[in-house]
Design a protein around this ligand. Structure first.
Ligand SMILES: Nc1ncnc2c1ncn2[C@@H]1O[C@H](COP(=O)(O)OP(=O)(O)O)[C@@H](O)[C@H]1O
Ligand SMILES: [Mg+2]
Length: 463
């Protein structure tokens, strides 16, 4: 195994989004993670141990109470963490202690933990969780345990520790409030139900030596990944798209009008409600995909994938584009936006993108979010998504069925290419769609009519 070198002052958690936001946690610190049962605390702490071992070769010790080790391993495996493998490599040690309160429990607890720390010499330690300790020891002995034992261990500079503390619904404060006072960091994890949908967020209440610009950060628990944190990027200043690689549209007049489409560009296409993409544009796109072998992921929030495939199929047949090639390259997923909170939707999209690794992502039917969420949330979803995909150099096309209005200005302005389609007009005996290219890398707005693009259909139809 080859391990990455982890900074000596900072302990990276390996949790996606969290390290980017916080820059890791101070090495040797004690972090308390509090929250209701089911909030995601164990997942957070487990990921911290798992990635520490897997990526940095840092030994991790998990001390749990009550829950059998077998169950812990099983739940975590579901979330993409194979602890057994790391245990067999000597990088992880999991111990669970009985929750029976006995006279000797305090000594046993102290001794077991200290012995494990001394023998195993972990760099990362998780104690899950405090109320269990207090259940075993009682309130006073529990505090004594914390003060004498825990803080002693925790004072060793090389061990970074997460102590989990459950709070029960209705309780505002954790069971052992003194821990929060001496902790270097306090993270509150919440799972709220909004409109019947689960919304998870974490609040960094305290983190020594860090300035916290955003108080509440959404996160999501994801099968196969564990936990992803969605801290908004603090700036849009991210590396420019990988110039000068660009996608060349297979339709000369369209290509000329739109200009270069650099890899990583964020493109908005607004079309009037109910209108399908004109064949001139659709066929050019399909041909470009097929000929250049571009891997595309299309996620629709409004249409079932089968109906989109039908349209693609009929155009591909009519204009002689290889359907088998398209089927190899295009993956279509349809998500019902009312079944997800906006954070869960974002995490689902991110996970799909990470799994399929497309070069071009099409997010279709974004107007659904515009209807479901207040303007502010829609905006923040959009700006977050746009920043993420630009950073990952994934060319993204956002298809919104509506006209461009003032209230969309932030998202339109943040995009690199903006196309606005109008309702078809009868021109010279055929229907034509006006396409306003409001923004492009060419630096000047342009307008084209699809009847002017018809040669792109004809030319190749007979070719
Ligand atoms: N495979 C999974 N995918 C997504 N979420 C899951 C999965 N397995 C469990 N969860 C969610 O994880 C939560 C439990 O997380 P956990 O870290 O054990 O919380 P806590 O330790 O705060 O009680 C549950 O609310 C459950 O909904
Ligand atoms: Mg737990």
């Amino acid at each position: 195994m080859v391990f990455l070198r982890n900074n000596t002052d900072v302990c990276l958690t390996g949790i996606k989004g969290f390290d980017e936001y916080l820059g890791g946690i101070p090495r040797g610190s004690l972090i308390v993670v509090i929250g209701h049962p089911g909030a995601g605390k164990t997942t957070f702490a487990a990921k911290f141990l798992y990635e520490g071992a897997r990526r940095f070769g840092e030994r991790g010790l998990y001390v749990g109470f009550g829950e059998p080790v077998r169950k812990f391993r099983m739940f975590m495996k579901e979330l993409g963490m194979d602890f057994e493998d790391l245990e067999s490599k000597g990088l992880i040690k999991i111990i669970t202690l009985p929750v029976l309160a006995t006279k000797d429990a305090a000594d046993m607890l102290t001794e077991t933990i200290i012995r494990a720390v001394n023998n195993f010499k972990p760099k990362r330690l998780v104690i899950d969780n405090l109320p269990a300790v207090v259940d075993i020891l009682g309130d006073i002995a529990g505090r004594a345990f914390l003060h004498t034992t825990l803080y002693n261990i925790l004072n060793r500079e090389e061990v970074t520790t997460i102590v989990i503390s459950d709070v029960y619904r209705g309780d505002k404060k954790p069971i052992v409030p003194s821990v929060e006072v001496i902790a270097d960091g306090v993270i509150l994890m919440k799972a709220e139900i909004r409109g019947g949908l689960i919304v998870r967020k974490l609040i960094i209440e305290k983190m020594k030596g860090k300035k916290m610009p955003v108080a509440e950060v959404p996160f999501s628990l994801v099968k196969g990944e564990g936990i992803i944190v969605f801290a908004p990027a603090l700036t849009y200043d991210i590396p420019a798209p990988k110039l000068p690689t660009s996608i060349k549209l297979r339709c000369e007049p369209l290509h000329k009008a739109v200009g270069p489409v650099y890899v990583g560009s964020q493109i908005i296409v607004c079309a009037p409600p109910g209108m399908t993409l004109p064949p001139e544009v659709m066929v050019s796109l399909l041909r470009t995909i097929a000929e250049d072998g571009i891997k595309v992921l299309l996620i629709s929030l409004t249409n079932p994938s089968i109906s989109i495939w039908c349209r693609i199929e009929s155009q591909a047949r009519k204009y002689g584009i290889s359907l088998s090639e398209l089927k190899k390259l295009i993956k279509i997923i349809s998500l019902n936006p009312t079944a997800y909170s906006i954070t869960e939707l974002m995490s689902t999209i991110m996970t799909e993108v990470e799994n399929y690794k497309p070069e071009v992502l099409v997010l279709h039917g974004l107007e659904a979010l515009n209807v479901l969420y207040p303007q502010r949330e829609f905006m923040s979803f959009y700006l977050n998504v746009i920043t993420r995909f630009r950073k990952k150099a994934i060319t993204t096309i956002y298809v919104i069925s509506s006209s461009i209005t003032d209230d969309k200005s932030p998202i339109v302005n943040a995009s690199d290419i903006v196309l606005a389609l109008s309702t078809p007009l009868a021109i010279r005996g055929t229907y034509s769609v006006k396409i306003d290219i409001l923004k492009s890398y060419l630096g000047e707005p342009k307008t084209i009519f699809t009847d002017y693009l018809r040669e792109c259909l004809q030319e190749t139809e007979h070719a």
